[in-house]
Design a protein around this ligand. Structure first.
Ligand SMILES: NC(=O)c1ccc[n+]([C@@H]2O[C@H](COP(=O)([O-])OP(=O)(O)OC[C@H]3O[C@@H](n4cnc5c(N)ncnc54)[C@H](OP(=O)(O)O)[C@@H]3O)[C@@H](O)[C@H]2O)c1
Length: 244
């Protein structure tokens, strides 16, 4: 394909999404920078354009079906296809002082609305456009905290990390959805994978996180640019496969 690849990254006005947009843009990919707040999106896209990256902002609120549909319509009208969808938007609302049984139902619902249902709705809306790409790639931002295997293994690095129950379980659901969708798409050119970016210095990860933003975007970028021989339905962190 001689044309530029087109990538949509949700929740890209800051954090890992923004850095992913920057790194993909540096590779010559046309960036559609998804943001639920138009102004924040425009500001972020402008910052990338100052770095000579081909970036435009697009409003996409993962909690708002109409906003997702409008975004898909806009991409269809302007480009007629999408090559890369990175479902990056995510929230962590849990009260760290509470155990799994104590997090409010409201927290569970809001977390699942964005991290799971928003991701599924966005994928459904853009799948027809990804099918028009010769090599569609979907990257779902999961977390190592979504690994049921590691959560249930005493001594694993996350065994004691149970203070974010609704977030953890939402990412397990993202993993499970990734496996279901990968099966559906296995005979198509589209690949769908789950990414654990690492514990990254962002508003969500906090400044005590172990990874810099630049490295935190690398897993998403790699999965977004996989060749035809790359994995489908895998759960990856920096080239390593994680246990589901
Ligand atoms: N940081 C880590 O250590 C870490 C580790 C594992 C996985 N992750 C995952 O990586 C992804 C990015 O995390 P991050 O650390 O970069 O977080 P962040 O700095 O908090 O950024 C989150 C982004 O998601 C957007 N967002 C939230 N709700 C949204 C919605 N309903 N619709 C559209 N956008 C929405 C935010 O927009 P606003 O600016 O408008 O709020 C923001 O752009 C998340 O899925 C997260 O779960 C992060």
């Amino acid at each position: 394909m001689n044309e530029k690849k087109i990538a949509l990254i949700t929740g890209a006005n800051k954090g890992i999404g923004f850095e992913t947009a920057r790194q993909l843009g540096q590779q010559g990919v046309k960036i559609l920078l998804g943001a639920r707040d138009r102004e924040k999106g425009e500001r972020a896209a402008e910052e990338l354009r100052r770095e000579k990256i081909d970036a435009s902002a697009i409003v996409l609120d993962a909690n708002n079906p109409a906003s997702i549909q409008n975004a898909a319509k806009e991409v269809e009208q302007q480009y007629g296809r999408l090559d890369i969808l990175i479902n990056n938007a995510g929230i962590m609302l849990d009260d760290e002082t509470k155990k799994a049984s104590e997090q409010s139902l409201e927290t569970w619902r809001r977390t699942f609305d964005t991290n799971v249902f928003g991701l599924i709705a966005t994928t459904q809306a853009f799948l027809p456009l990804l099918r028009k790409s010769p090599a569609g790639r979907i990257v779902n931002l999961s977390s190592i905290l979504g690994s049921i295997t590691l959560h249930s293994t005493p001594g694993s690095p996350i065994y004691e990390s149970k203070n974010y129950a609704s977030y953890n379980v939402s990412k397990s659901a993202v993993n499970a959805y990734t496996v279901q969708l990968a099966y559906e798409l296995k005979d198509s050119p589209i690949k769908v994978n789950a990414a654990h970016p690492g514990w990254v210095k962002t508003d969500m990860g906090g400044q005590g996180a172990s990874m810099e933003l630049e490295d935190g975007a690398k897993t998403s970028v790699t999965l977004a640019t996989l060749g035809a021989d790359g994995p489908n339905g895998a759960y990856i962190h920096m080239g390593e496969t994680l246990p589901w």
